[in-house]
Design a protein around this ligand. Structure first.
Ligand SMILES: CC(C)(COP(=O)(O)OP(=O)(O)OC[C@H]1O[C@@H](n2cnc3c(N)ncnc32)[C@H](O)[C@@H]1OP(=O)(O)O)[C@@H](O)C(=O)NCCC(=O)NCCS
Length: 171
């Protein structure tokens, strides 16, 4: 299936399909989750991507967004939501979205990306548990997964980070 996947920037007319996928994957009560406290602004437009089947790019199969966040005064990214239509899960749509999203983020000189997600999935994309990096990062509330995950997009970016800090939404 991989060669048949197209990743493109999200357009306005994708919104209804995206909401349906998010409802299907996370339920209608998803807005109560802590991550939504970081999603009060719009996601970064050029990093808001959808995955489609090449033959039919108007049908959205998966979606990824990145929100701007602040760690003390350092601008970082928060990956999510990431979701793939139930029927198409396990066919590479999720991986392709993360890969392209991180490539674009690196190309625009972003330094650090966070995600609240399953370590076993994200470790393949060079995400680490913040605790394993000896970072004590407070969040605005409890996260659904045990630990916040962090990815270095720029070499040695971890060294810029304070040992104790708080992750805040971009005002
Ligand atoms: C998580 C999700 C985005 C992955 O997308 P996908 O298109 O199904 O996954 P891909 O086909 O790209 O990748 C599949 C691979 O990831 C692995 N994988 C998927 N979920 C995993 C998990 N939770 N832990 C470990 N591995 C996982 C699969 O075993 C498979 O491995 P393989 O390539 O070695 O066979 C998708 O399953 C989804 O939408 N889930 C529900 C919403 C969700 O949990 N989103 C992420 C929250 S941060």
């Amino acid at each position: 299936m991989n060669g048949n996947i197209q990743i493109r920037e999200k357009i306005e007319s994708d919104n209804i399909q995206i909401q349906k996928i998010l409802d299907e994957c996370f339920g209608h009560n998803r807005y109560d989750r802590t991550v939504y406290l970081y999603r009060k602004t719009l996601p970064l437009r050029h990093l808001s991507l959808v995955s489609c089947i090449k033959d039919d790019p108007s049908i959205v199969i998966g979606t990824i967004s990145f929100y701007p966040v602040l760690l003390n005064k350092i601008k970082c990214l928060l990956l999510g939501p990431l979701a793939v239509k139930l029927k198409y899960q396990g066919e590479g749509f999720g991986k392709s979205l993360i890969k392209r999203g991180l490539e674009l983020a690196i190309a625009e000189n972003q330094k650090i990306c966070f995600v609240s997600g399953d370590y076993n999935y994200y470790k393949g994309f060079n995400f680490y548990k913040v605790n394993d990096k000896n970072l004590n990062i407070k969040t605005l509330g409890p996260l659904s997964f045990d630990d916040l995950l962090i990815c270095e997009l720029k070499k040695n970016a971890f060294s810029l980070l304070p040992k104790n800090s708080k992750l805040l939404p971009m005002a």
